[in-house]
Design a protein around this ligand. Sequence first.
Ligand code: FMN
Length: 426
Amino acid sequence: MSDVLSSPLRVGSATIRNRVYRAPVLEGAGSGPDAADTFTKAFVPNARHGVGLIIQGSACVYEEGRTSPGMTLVHTRELMLAMAEMVREVHDAGAAIFLQIGHGGVYAMEGWHEPYASERKGPLLAASPLPLTLRPSFRGVPVHVMSTDEVHALCRRNGEAAGWAREAGYDGIQLGSANAKLLDQFLSPFYNRRTDEFGGSPEKRAHILRLIREHVADHAGPDFPCTVKVPAEKAPPFARHVTFDEAMRTCELVAEWGYDAVTPVEVSVFPDTTLSRGGVPSSLWKNQSMKARLRTAAPSRVRRATLKAGSYVGGRRNPFDPVWNRTFFREAKRRVSIPVFAVGGIRTGEEARQIVADGEADMVGFGRPFYAQDDLAQHILGDDHDAHALCQSSNLCVPAQLLGMKGVCYNPEVKKLKAAARQTAD
Ligand SMILES: Cc1cc2nc3c(=O)[nH]c(=O)nc-3n(C[C@H](O)[C@H](O)[C@H](O)COP(=O)(O)O)c2cc1C
């Protein structure tokens, strides 16, 4: 079973050299002149150490809609093409690279990050009027329910961005359609109560994915790999949410609609650490630099308290659980014939091999562990069957990316573990 991870995989027209991928996490690269350089520094070492595929963390298709200041904008062809040299260097180092594209919807930072809120050019985009439970936290924040034409324009923009991504050399795209972001807000009955073609049954709520797939084919070519995340949602008691069965049905639909791979994940209806289970992201109130940044972002005590409470409750309710999405990707794999990507709490070479060897998924993803180790893929793909990622899943990286800092590991324990590993190797 030792080389199951080393076999190549076709994802649409792309060939990935092995089964290990870097899951999308933000690098805090922003959109300035050094953005591409930040990605190069993060990704090229991963590629040199053998990773098969890098999925670049979410980049925003509209000028407004980033969820954090470090998120990269790709709303123009020029900004996308600025990535071309970075993409070439990743290819030269042997890996494939997909770009995740998305939009934060009601969780765009223009809603909570004061410097961006005061310069906002328009309201937050929403699928429907905010759920009642959210309204107190959004007091004073303008929210605009997208018209049917605006949703069509959003689908077209995703297609255009895919076309530019192909020009920049990317091997494919992934839609940022989970994690309570705008596309998830369309998929979710918690947010979506529309009565037009984009609302109603699970199939109608997923219609936006069908249109985006068509626009991607029009703008980037039908053979350009287009992949998608499909969320199942946890919600407070009695709240509407995407159920396991609905998520599995959506996996079947996206396969019918021509998507080239699917990543099923369990997330929360709120943007909390259900998507990255582990520790409470306490650096938000313990780390001096992050505290200062949070004060700038949210000068109002009430807003700060809400952000901290959300982080605390989300973290406490979602402790680390190894391979927590297994039920979802295993069932999706049973139902669709396109490749299924696994992600979430995978930490060892043995887990990764078992997932592929048992046919539970086709690609195995690591998110936070790549912040901690540039050379992670080499360990996972190597002969050491005890290979274990150093990441402690503390989630100290989460507030950092939220506040626009670099996407790296912020856990001092991991630094000690790395030093000890280096000493042993010497
Ligand atoms: C700081 C941070 C940023 C993330 N950014 C994204 C993102 O841009 N798009 C996305 O789909 N998932 C994002 N995720 C979720 C990861 O891709 C991954 O699913 C999650 O961390 C669980 O995998 P892991 O246990 O290997 O870290 C992010 C997670 C973290 C911690």
